[in-house]
Structure formats: C-alpha cells, structure tokens
Design a protein around this ligand. Structure first.
Ligand code: DON
Length: 309
C-alpha cells in the first residue's frame, strides 16, 4: 500500500485540502465545557505503518482530548488483567443506541452491551481500579510506553470539566452498582474514567501507539506482545461492530475498517497487517463522530482500497 511515501503524502495533503471548509458542517462537543473552546478549523491526519513509517498532514502533531478513543486502551488492559470473566460483565454486541444511553442498561440488568459505549467503558474502568493499586498512573504509563513518548499528559481542565458535568456517567455507574456489576466505589470508578478520557494525544501519537492492533498484538516498534493475537482479533471485531457507536454499520458499509471515535474529534482506524490511521477535527455529527475525520478516513480508505470486507 505504501510503496511510495511521496505519493501518500500528496494524497493526505490533497484529502485535507478538500476538507478545509467542511468543518462547518459539525458542532464541537460542548456538553464537556472545556472541549467547547477548541478551534473548530484545526484538522490533521496521520498514518503509521507496521514497517516503521509515520506520514501526516495538517495538525497531526497537535494534541487533542482522546476521550472515547481511551476505551480501546482500557479494554486492552482489562482483557489482559481479567481474561474470559470480563465477558460475563459486559457483552460484545452493537448497542444501536447513543453512546451514553441509560435506558438500555436498565433493560439489560446492568450488563453493558459492549465496552465502547460509556457504560461498558465505566465497567472496564471498575476492572482497572479493582486490579491496579494506582490505575490512573498505570493507564497513563501504558500510553506513554505504547507511544514511546513520556510527554503524554492528562489535561486537568478537561478532567475537572467532565467531573463537574458527569451526572449521566455517574447515573450509569450507580445503576450498574445496583445490579452488583461494579466492585469499587463509584467516585473512584468515575475518577479513573474521566482521567483516561482527559488524556491529550496527537494523531501521530495515537496512530503509532495502536500499531499492535494491526500487527497481531505485537508492537512493531519494540516487538513486545501488548495483547495476544486472539485478543487483537477480538478488539478489532468489537471496533468493527461498535467503535463508531450507532453509526458503526454505516462506517463498515462505506469504509470497512475497525475504528474508534471520541468526542474530542479524533478517529482511529486499524488497517490489519499494514498500519493505523488517525484523523482529527473537532466538529462532530449527530452521532458524536467527527465530520471531517470520517471524510478523511473514508477518502483515504477509498483511494487505497483498504476495506477489510
Ligand atoms: O463520557 C463521555 O461522555 C466522554 N468522556 C466520552 C464520550 C465519547 O468520546 C463518545 N464518543 N464519541
């Protein structure tokens, strides 16, 4: 796919140029007030390959709030820690509902549909809080190791903003606790979850840190086994069916890559055996997915024929 880096660079530059005005079609997330002031016109895209190249265009080195993209890292850690029993507490089915829906959780007796919706990620946060003596530190250290970058930080303003506007996430966690599906104290679970959502990373850092998912669980930069080959397949399967929330079907139909979005405007997409794409532009569509980010990834996947289907 990436035989010619100069050609790929031209493709990325061209895709970005075509999106210059498109950011106006979305709305920056303002339910987390600290996210509302991010300049909407920022945009970038990068692709990291398992053979060691990273190519980017636009603001691809600019850190942004990773938000729900953190759910991929949290899930990987929890699968490593808990193994099979994790799947008794959260299932792997698409939800077909908004990412923060409460109705479904009551209906499913406190067992979230999948780890990519908020309820599922709060459940995963409970696993991490219960299995690490300092889960927040473990999470951030994990990201620094995967990105090979010690500068990665939690944005304290975003953290505080989510903490003070997190009533819906608190409601989801208390509801799960009422069904005995949360072990730790709810405030501790929320604090971990908001910390992982508030991490700032760039497209470059994100695409490089998720390479293990494109490479059978092995980080090609260090050759370390981040998760088993089987778990890499499973995580990619969950990203394919649930990573783009209730737009996952459309994304599979039109792009055909395992992917995860976040309300900070980032989207990561795994191209098995090749690499990881990350696109960022803050304005979102009604599902909570970046408008320009979707266009950029769809454009690149279409141009290079990347669909896995
Ligand atoms: O809990 C929340 O609502 C946010 N911290 C994360 C949501 C999110 O990124 C959903 N993404 N599309």
């Amino acid at each position: 796919m990436i035989e010619n880096i100069t050609v790929l660079q031209e493709i990325l530059d061209d895709l970005l140029l075509k999106q210059t005005e498109k950011y106006c079609q979305g709305h920056v997330a303002d339910y987390i007030p600290a996210l509302a002031c991010i300049p909407p016109q920022l945009m970038g895209i990068s692709i990291a390959t398992i053979d060691g190249n990273t190519i980017g265009a636009g603001d691809y080195r600019h850190p942004f709030s990773i938000q729900s993209i953190s759910k991929v890292f949290g899930l990987t850690l929890a699968m490593n820690r808990l193994g099979k029993p994790l799947w008794q507490r959260v299932t792997m089915e698409p939800s077909g509902q908004a990412f923060n829906s409460i109705i479904q959780l009551e209906w499913e007796k406190g067992i979230p549909k999948n780890p990519m919706i908020n309820a599922g990620a709060l459940l995963v946060s409970d696993v991490l809080v219960s299995h690490y003596s300092a889960s927040k530190l473990a999470f951030v250290s994990y990201l620094r190791k995967l990105a090979n970058d010690e500068s990665i930080q939690v944005d304290c303003e975003v953290y505080q903003s989510e903490l003070s506007h997190g009533n819906r996430n608190a409601a989801l966690t208390y509801l799960m606790k009422s069904f005995n599906n949360i072990e730790a104290e709810v405030p501790e679970v929320l604090s971990h979850y908001f910390t992982q959502c508030a991490v700032s990373m760039s497209c470059k850092q994100l695409s490089e840190s998720l390479l293990f998912l494109a490479n059978k669980g092995i980080d090609p930069k260090t050759q370390s086994q981040i998760c088993s080959k089987k778990d890499a397949h499973r995580i990619n399967a969950i990203l394919s069916t649930s990573g783009m929330y209730d737009q996952s079907g459309e994304f599979a139909f039109s792009v055909g890559l395992p992917a995860k979005s976040g309300v900070g405007g980032g989207i990561v997409a795994v191209v098995p055996n090749i690499g990881v794409i990350c696109a960022w532009s803050p304005p979102l569509n009604k599902y909570g997915n970046s408008v320009v980010g979707m266009n950029l990834i769809a454009g690149l996947a279409g141009k290079l024929g990347l669909s896995i289907y």
